[in-house]
Design a protein around this ligand. Structure first.
Ligand code: HEC
Length: 185
């Protein structure tokens, strides 16, 4: 193909190429991510079970004959707790997708007076999204610490990190889910 006709071809295709590029949205634009689950769904399907998997993988039981330490031992057991850490870490990112609702319409608080209903949680969250982002990042970062402990097969460290994961859950819940808990006591 001659140079001139190649240039002409490129010019002819250009609008199509530009149109293709234009179709891809920015991550902040509506329609880039397609949030389907609610925050509540993500808590119940990803965050809560994966945190439980991490917490339950290391435990100490005091018996009459002494203490029994439970910890991952085989490669398979370490793999399993690693999967939980990955789910927790990336689940924290999913909490931050724009447009994700707290709960489905019509869902009520299971413990009224102690835990706010989704509408109030949503209102608090919309009023202070910055802190919500910080709390989600703190959860993410505690998950990354768990991953490091898991990759080092360091179960004592994993116990310590488990405490930090718990704190990350509590801080966000106290701010948005049961902000009046202390007053209710
Ligand atoms: C960035 C904020 C944030 C973090 C961090 C967070 N949560 Fe939540 N969580 C929420 C909000 C908001 C709700 C309330 C949604 C609702 O109305 O149920 C909730 C609700 C829940 C629920 C109740 C779901 C239901 O049945 O209503 C569980 C269980 C839960 N979280 C577990 C956890 C655990 C475990 C962690 C830590 C490993 C955690 N969450 C970390 C924001 C967070």
């Amino acid at each position: 193909m001659q140079r001139k006709s190649l240039v002409l071809l490129v010019i002819a295709l250009l609008p199509g190429l530009v149109a293709c590029v234009n179709e891809i949205k920015e991550p902040t634009q509506e329609g880039y991510f397609k949030p389907t689950a609610t925050v509540q769904d993500i808590m119940l399907s990803l965050i809560d079970p994966s945190a439980d998997g991490i917490w339950n993988s290391v435990s100490t039981t005091i018996t009459k004959t002494g203490t029994e330490d439970k910890q991952p031992r085989t490669d398979q057991e370490w793999q399993e707790v690693r999967r939980n850490a990955i789910t927790l870490i990336e689940g924290a990112n999913l909490l931050l997708i724009n447009g994700r609702q707290v709960a489905a319409k019509g869902v009520k608080s299971e413990n009224p007076g102690i835990e706010e209903g989704p509408e109030e949680v949503q209102r608090l969250l919309d009023a202070d999204r910055e802190s919500y982002v910080k709390f989600a990042h703190a959860l993410h970062d505690s998950g990354v610490q768990a991953l490091a402990a898991i990759d080092a097969k360091n179960s004592a460290e994993l116990v310590a990190v488990g405490g930090r994961i718990d704190e990350a859950c509590e801080q966000c819940h106290q701010r948005y889910w049961y902000p009046n808990q202390n007053k209710a006591k």
